[in-house]
Design a protein around this ligand. Structure first.
Ligand code: BES
Ligand code: ZN
Length: 461
């Protein structure tokens, strides 16, 4: 690696063991944003991060109230004449169920096979810690940062960033910057270095079917009333065609069609369907006809059932007609779909499918817009060069299926171009049991970030 940053590299090498131990400390805090019982843990994580930012030498460190889980803000604005970069990661994590599938408890980190296993180890505390360490390295070794930095660490990304837009809008002036860098993405299949240039949007809702006042004897009443669980199954089945298209009038109306050039880019990616299936443990792939797997994941909208419950769930048998049945439904959206319009279209269809004898409700839980970031922007190109310097391989440019609602908000509310610079390994099992971060990705990601800030200093602004 370059002589130019040899002092910083040496510092990172010398601090490796201490940084890993410190990272494990952060991973021990169960900051699950979706579950109210973890609200205190989210605050604990925010306070922990604020402490580390202060110790690293950042200024205006603040645990800022948003109405939900707090944002942690900090800045360092003494790089006269250099651009200002807003860097973002999130400290909240997904719920840890099913607990019995974890080899070790999700908040008792385990280091094995060159990886750290814990909920949030990859998504996204790896990047929270990396960003703090990158700043600490520059300030310790050089006593300065090469660019002006504003840190925004969110605590509600995994539950839909409900309060963030309001906070961004209210703090527009204080967040003025030239560029936003979001660190919450990962590499391509095979752990090939890559830069994500597209994310899908989100519409998340709950479906509730209510029938009789209470559970009924399925012999005494079976055959005489609508069963809410059966109705729910019928409604869900009615939302797709057998060929995998979403069967909701208007659902595809605003979808920006894929251009020939975009399709060629997807086709160029070195993707092995057999490896992809093996990684998931399935023997077939499925999705909307007429599109490749990568197109379906990165550039086509979907409707998925994320959870389904109602009636008897225990062992053995219990003969009832359940009074209620429920489902969690998520749609991944693409440019130019508007989440609320999609919610209304699905709700209309769901109510159409509802027969007499039950009540059907659909409630919106969260929304987010899709985003595309420009490959030819000098800040994206600079990121590509830094990745190549550290990982020894030029990154691929990929469009991912996941969502980071703030990406669209940085553009629409703050007017900032966005670069997605993240280092998760594709087999990190984000959101699933035994989530893990490869320590080599984490270390090299840190070195890339350290270089990237220097590269951005030269950016025209
Ligand atoms: N890190 C992910 C986003 C992501 C996933 C990017 C896969 C690239 C590939 C992020 O933390 C996440 O999971 N976001 C949620 C957002 C939702 C709750 C609005 C998601 O995508 O489910
Ligand atoms: Zn994430």
């Amino acid at each position: 690696m370059s002589v130019r940053l040899a002092d910083l590299d040496a510092h990172l090498q010398a601090t490796a063991a201490a940084r890993l131990a410190d990272f494990v400390e952060l991973l021990r805090i169960p900051s699950v944003s979706a579950l109210p019982e973890h609200a205190g843990h989210c605050r604990e994580a925010a306070a922990w991060i604020a402490g580390r930012l202060t110790r690293a030498g950042l200024e205006h460190v603040e645990v800022a109230e948003t109405g939900g889980h707090p944002v942690v803000y900090a800045d360092w604005l003494h790089a006269d004449g250099a651009p200002t970069v807003l860097v973002y990661a999130h400290y909240d994590v997904q719920p840890d169920d099913p607990l019995e599938e974890w080899v070790k408890p999700p908040f008792d980190p385990r280091i094995e096979d060159g990886r750290v296993f814990a909920r949030g180890a990859a998504d996204d505390k790896s990047h929270v810690h990396m960003l703090i360490s990158a700043a600490a390295a520059w300030l310790t070794v050089r006593g300065r940062l090469p660019v002006n930095l504003r840190f925004v660490f969110e605590g509600e990304e995994e539950s839909g960033s409900e309060n963030l837009d309001r906070w961004l809008a209210a703090n527009r002036e204080r967040l003025s910057a030239d560029l936003a860098v979001i660190s919450d993405t990962g590499f391509f299949e095979g752990n090939r270095p890559s830069i994500t240039t597209g994310l899908r949007g989100m519409m998340y809702a709950q479906l509730d079917v209510t029938g009789p006042r209470q559970d009924l004897h399925s012999g005494g009443y079976g055959g005489t009333v609508r069963n809410p669980a059966t109705v729910l199954a019928e409604i869900i089945a009615g939302l797709h065609t057998r060929e995998g298209r979403v069967d909701v009038p208007g659902f595809y109306d605003d979808v920006r069609p894929l251009g020939e050039g975009e399709r060629a880019e997807f086709a160029r990616l070195p993707f092995d369907e057999a490896d992809y299936m093996a990684e998931m443990g399935v023997d077939a792939l499925f999705g909307e006809a007429g599109y490749s797997t990568l197109e379906r994941r990165g550039a086509r909208p979907t409707l998925e059932i994320c959870g389904l419950w109602g009636g008897f769930q225990g062992e053995g048998s219990k003969t009832i007609i359940p009074a209620r049945a429920h489902a969690k439904v998520s749609c991944r959206l693409v440019p130019d779909q508007a989440p609320r319009r999609i919610f209304e279209a699905i709700r209309t269809r769901v109510l159409e499918l509802a027969p007499p004898g039950v009540t059907v409700d659909m409630t919106l839980i969260n929304t987010g817009f899709a985003s595309l970031t420009p490959i030819d922007h000098p800040a994206t190109q600079a990121a590509a060069r830094c990745i190549e310097e550290v990982f020894g391989q030029a990154p691929l440019f990929t469009r991912e299926g996941g969502s980071i609602p703030v990406a669209a908000s940085f553009e629409s509310l703050l007017g900032l171009p966005v670069v997605l610079l993240g280092f998760m390994n594709p087999d990190c099992q984000a959101h699933g049991p035994n989530e893990s971060m490869r320590i080599d990705n984490w270390e090299q990601g840190l070195r890339t970030t350290v270089r990237y800030w220097e590269a951005l200093a030269a950016l025209p602004h």
